[in-house]
Design a protein around this ligand. Structure first.
Ligand code: FAD
Length: 451
C-alpha cells in the first residue's frame, strides 16, 4: 500500500461529522501552509452554527448539514476526499479509501462516529435512526404505518414517542422509568403528562402511547443527527384503522406480551464505527467498543488520535464529568484533539481542556428546556449522596445531587434560571450543609444569595 500513496498530508481527519469538522477546521486554520485532508464517506459535512455560550460551561449551537465545498472555500490548504476509509496501516502511516486511493499522513484523527445498535441485523422491519437517510426512510415508512414499536430509553426514543403523530406508538422500556439515560424516576414522572396530554389537538386526534417496561427478546455511513433531527420532518403515521390482526412483524417482550406492528424502531444505543481501522493494527478498545484515547486524545497507535462518538475517554475523569454521545462533546473533543495534534507537532505542552472538568448539557425534551450538570443522575456515587428536589407540575423540575454536603450535579427542567448559580456551586465545591433544603426554597433568590 505504501508505494501506491497518492499524496501525503501533514494532517488527515476521517469523518465529516461535528467532531471531524471541528478538528479539521482547527488544524487548517492553525497550519495555513500545511496540507490538510478530510476524508468522509458522505457528500455533506456537519457545521456548527449559531454558537452561543450560555454560561461559563454551558454552550448551545445548531448543527447544519452543508456541502463540503463550504469548507474548501474557507481553507485553501484543505482537501476533501469523498470516500470511506477502507483500511488503515499505522506502521506505514497511510489510509486506503473505498475507491482504491491511498493517502499518507503524519498525524491522523479518526472521527468516524457510531451507528445504531440494532435489535436484529438485516431485518427489513427493524429500523435504526442515525443520519438523514435513515430519518427519511423512517418518515416514509411512518406515513403508511398504523402502529410502531419503539425500543429503547435514550434521547432518540424520548423524542420519537413525543413527536410521532397519528400512529399508535408502543414504547418498550426495560428500565423502571422513562428516559433513564438522562433522568431519574422523579423527572420522568414530571414529563409523563406531556406525553399523555394533547400537545396539538388538531394534529393528534388519535395519538396514544402505551408504556411497557420490558425489553423485546431479541449501515449507515452518514453523520449522526442531533438535537432537532425531527424538525422539518413530518412524523405522521396513518390514522389508525381497526386492528386487522395481521402485521408485518411481531415483537415479543420479556414480560410475555406480543405486539404486532408495521415496523420496529431500534433506539437501543450505538456502536462506535471502528471496523475499517482495526485490521492489522493494535488499537486498545474500551468495553463499549470505542477506541481508547488518553488525555491528549491519542489512541494506543502512534500519531493516531480519535474524537467524538468513535472514541472512549480513558483518562482519569474529573469527578464531575462523564462521556456521553452528544453533539457538545463531539465538538469539544474534535476541537481539543486538533489542539493536541498541533501541540504535538510543535512540541508544546498542553493541559486537558477545562470543558472536561464539568459535564454540562442543554437540550429540549418534550418542549421543556433541560439542563444537565455534573453527576446529574448521581452516576457512580452509590448511596453516598443526597437529593433535593423541587417540582411544580407542568412548570419546572429541579433536582440537586449533593455528596458530602457539596453540590455535584443537577437536573433543571423548565425555565428555572438556576443554571449559572448551580454551575458555580458545583465548580467551587462550597460546603452547603448549613443551607439544607433552603437551597431550593423558591422564596429565596439563590442567585443573589451566593453572589
Ligand atoms: P458522526 O456525526 O456520526 O459523524 C461521523 C462521520 O464519519 C460521518 O460524516 C460519516 O460519514 C463518517 N464516516 C464514518 N465511517 C467512515 C469511514 N470508514 N470513512 C470515512 N468517513 C466515515 N446529541 C445531542 O447532543 N443532542 C441530541 O438531541 C441528539 N439527538 C440525536 C438524535 C439522533 C437520531 C441521533 C442518531 C443522535 C443524536 N445525538 C444527539 C448524538 C449526536 O448526533 C452524536 O453524538 C454526534 O453527532 C457525534 O458526532 P461525531 O462527529 O463523533 O460522529
Amino acid at each position: 500500500m505504501e508505494s501506491k500513496k497518492e499524496k501525503t498530508f501533514k494532517f488527515v481527519v476521517v469523518g465529516g461529522g461535528i467532531a471531524g469538522v471541528t478538528c479539521v477546521e482547527q488544524l487548517s486554520s492553525q497550519f495555513a501552509s500545511e496540507d490538510v485532508a478530510l476524508i468522509t464517506a458522505g457528500p455533506h459535512i456537519k457545521a456548527v452554527t449559531n454558537y452561543k455560550q450560555v454560561s461559563r460551561r454551558l454552550e448551545e449551537f445548531d448543527v447544519e448539514e452543508k456541502p463540503s465545498s463550504v469548507l474548501e472555500e474557507k481553507y485553501s490548504n484543505l482537501t476533501i476526499i469523498h470516500s470511506a476509509v477502507k483500511s488503515l496501516r499505522t506502521h506505514t502511516h497511510c489510509v486506503e479509501t473505498a475507491d482504491g486511493r491511498v493517502f499518507g499522513y503524519e498525524k491522523l484523527c479518526i472521527c468516524s462516529g457510531a451507528r445504531p445498535k440494532l435489535l436484529t441485523q438485516e431485518n427489513p422491519h427493524v429500523l435504526g435512526i442515525r443520519d438523514t437517510d435513515s430519518a427519511q426512510e423512517f418518515q416514509k415508512r411512518l406515513s403508511t404505518a398504523k402502529r410502531i414499536v419503539v425500543v429503547g430509553n435514550g434521547g432518540i426514543a424520548l423524542e420519537l414517542v413525543y413527536e410521532v403523530r397519528r400512529c399508535e406508538v408502543i414504547w418498550a422500556v426495560k428500565d423502571k422509568a422513562i428516559g433513564n439515560t438522562f433522568f431519574d424516576a422523579g423527572a420522568a414522572q414530571f414529563l409523563i403528562p406531556s406525553l399523555e396530554g394533547d400537545k396539538e389537538q388538531a394534529a393528534a386526534p388519535c395519538k396514544r402511547q402505551r408504556f411497557t417496561t420490558e425489553e423485546p427478546a431479541p449501515d449507515a455511513s452518514g453523520s449522526a443527527l442531533g438535537p432537532d433531527w425531527h424538525r422539518g420532518i413530518e412524523l405522521q403515521g396513518q390514522t389508525p384503522k381497526p386492528d386487522t390482526g395481521s402485521w408485518p412483524v411481531y415483537v415479543q417482550l420479556t414480560n410475555g406480551e406480543t405486539f404486532g406492528c408495521d415496523f420496529v424502531v431500534s433506539a437501543t444505543g450505538v456502536v462506535p464505527n471502528t471496523e475499517p481501522f482495526l485490521h492489522g493494527n493494535n488499537f486498545l478498545l474500551a468495553d463499549d467498543g470505542g477506541l481508547q484515547v488518553d488525555d491528549h486524545m491519542m489512541t494506543s497507535e502512534p500519531d493516531v488520535y480519535a474524537a467524538g462518538d468513535v472514541c472512549s475517554a480513558c483518562w482519569e475523569h474529573s469527578p464531575l464529568w462523564q462521556q456521553m454521545g452528544l453533539w457538545t462533546q463531539a465538538r469539544q473533543m474534535g476541537w481539543y484533539a486538533g489542539r493536541c495534534m498541533a501541540a504535538d507537532v510543535l512540541s508544546e505542552p498542553i493541559d486537558l481542556d477545562f470543558c472536561f472538568e464539568l459535564f454540562s448539557h442543554v437540550t429540549k425534551f418534550f418542549n421543556y428546556k433541560v439542563v444537565l450538570l455534573g453527576k446529574f443522575n448521581a452516576q457512580g456515587l452509590g448511596s453516598n449522596h443526597e437529593l433535593l428536589v423541587r417540582c411544580t407540575k407542568g412548570q419546572e423540575y429541579v433536582k440537586v445531587v449533593l455528596s458530602g454536603g457539596r453540590m455535584v450535579g443537577a437536573v433543571l427542567i423548565g425555565e428555572t434560571d438556576l443554571e449559572e448559580t448551580f454551575e458555580n456551586l458545583i465548580l467551587n465545591q462550597m460546603d452547603l450543609t448549613a443551607y439544607g433544603e433552603e437551597l431550593l426554597n423558591p422564596d429565596i433568590d439563590i442567585e443573589d444569595y451566593f453572589d
